[in-house]
Ligand binder design. Structure first.
Ligand SMILES: NC(=O)C1=CN([C@@H]2O[C@H](COP(=O)(O)OP(=O)(O)OC[C@H]3O[C@@H](n4cnc5c(N)ncnc54)[C@H](OP(=O)(O)O)[C@@H]3O)[C@@H](O)[C@H]2O)C=CC1
Ligand SMILES: CC(C)(CO)C(=O)C(=O)O
Length: 320
């Protein structure tokens, strides 16, 4: 089974390396210094319970070099989606299945528009990873879970085959018969974690300990539950409280991929996370003031670190 991982970063690099470890024929669409390092030294996963090294790895920045795959796993940041969907045409054949493990609930619309609903399975992933340096992914917490399935709930042969490949790689993988609900469930936790850790510039530990920030986290997630249910997600009424229990369970120094991006001055996926809640809420007449506040607070950083007044002054004087 040939599995193409589109984006060899924190998420794609980690799960791609595990799939390769289990014997799957994995290839990566990667680029820049990270691609060069992967070609030279393989792909290393460190910092977690197990050190994994996939070497050699098949990787290229040219989709034609990689050829048609049985499974194409999308793991680029959401702002890169449209571009890669166009770029990967040479990798999608008549029997190819695409699964997006990107965050948010709007991601699969773009895949359907590009390749048709029959080729798409739904997916969500839980892991805490980031590119540490070219060729090296750092796992920053032990959380690991991959869930996927057909949107009509069937346990199809292709879903079973992918499950088999994941389990062989030691991945904590599940085939879901209600993947849309799974996607919303992840969204509740993710929006709470990413919104609070990024806006407050803090790992989850202090946020859940402080009475005020804990209440804020819970209310952010309650807004997502209300919006999800208005969109037919069928989440339990106390689902936000349940997710708070998950936030209590993770390591105190755990944070979100969006917080990592902020720390590195990279663009943020905020438009699809708290911003997506605001958008989906307003479509069904639900106001989401806390998510709006988070999206507004982070708007200055959405395109990456804004230039400081000092840098601007240097640029305008020609000194930079
Ligand atoms: N990391 C995590 O812990 C988790 C992430 N997710 C989700 O997974 C998705 C991916 O996130 P993450 O792995 O953190 O992101 P990363 O930025 O770590 O990885 C994405 C990688 O894809 C590369 N890429 C983008 N476009 C192309 C292209 N056209 N050709 C080749 N390579 C390309 C990027 O290169 P470059 O750096 O040059 O842009 C980067 O190396 C996001 O939606 C995120 O929210 C979900 C769960 C957990
Ligand atoms: C919430 C978490 C860490 C779970 O995988 C995540 O998806 C992210 O930070 O992007």
């Amino acid at each position: 089974m040939r599995i193409a991982v589109i984006g060899a970063g924190g998420f794609g690099g980690y799960f791609g390396a595990r799939l390769a470890q289990g014997g799957a024929d994995v290839c990566f669409l990667a680029r820049g210094a990270h691609l060069a390092a992967m070609r030279a030294n393989g792909l290393l996963i460190e910092g977690g319970p197990e050190r994994i090294c996939a070497n050699p790895v098949t990787a290229s920045d040219n989709p034609s070099d990689l050829g048609v795959a049985d499974f194409v796993l999308l793991a680029v940041k959401l702002w890169d989606t449209e571009m890669v969907l166009d770029q990967i045409k040479p990798m999608v054949g008549p029997f190819t299945t695409l699964i997006s493990f990107q965050n948010g609930v709007l991601k699969d619309n773009a895949l359907r528009d590009a390749y048709g609903a029959a080729k798409i399975m739904g997916g969500v992933g839980y892991v805490a990873t980031t590119i540490d340096r070219p060729g090296v992914i750092r796992q920053t917490g032990p959380m690991e879970r991959l869930v996927f399935g057909e949107f009509d709930g069937r346990r199809s042969a292709r879903a079973e085959a992918f499950l088999h490949a994941c389990l062989k790689g030691g991945i904590n993988a599940e085939l879901s018969t209600d993947i849309l609900r799974e996607i919303w469930e992840k969204y509740v936790f993710l929006v709470g974690l990413s919104g609070t850790t990024t806006a407050m510039r803090s790992a989850i530990g202090p946020i859940r300990e402080n009475r005020q920030t804990r209440a804020f986290l819970l209310d952010v997630m309650r807004e997502v539950v209300a919006v999800g249910n208005a969109h037919g997600a069928e989440l339990q009424e106390d689902y936000a409280e349940r997710r708070l229990a998950l936030a209590d369970d993770v390591a105190a120094d755990m944070t979100s991929s969006m917080h990592h991006d902020l720390q590195r001055g990279r663009p943020l996926e905020i438009r699809w996370l708290s911003g997506g809640v605001v958008q989906l809420g307003s479509a069904v007449g639900i106001t989401t003031p806390l998510n709006r506040a988070i999206a507004d607070i982070l708007a200055l950083y959405e395109a990456g670190a804004p230039a400081t007044l000092e840098t601007r002054a240097m640029e305008s004087s020609g000194a930079a």
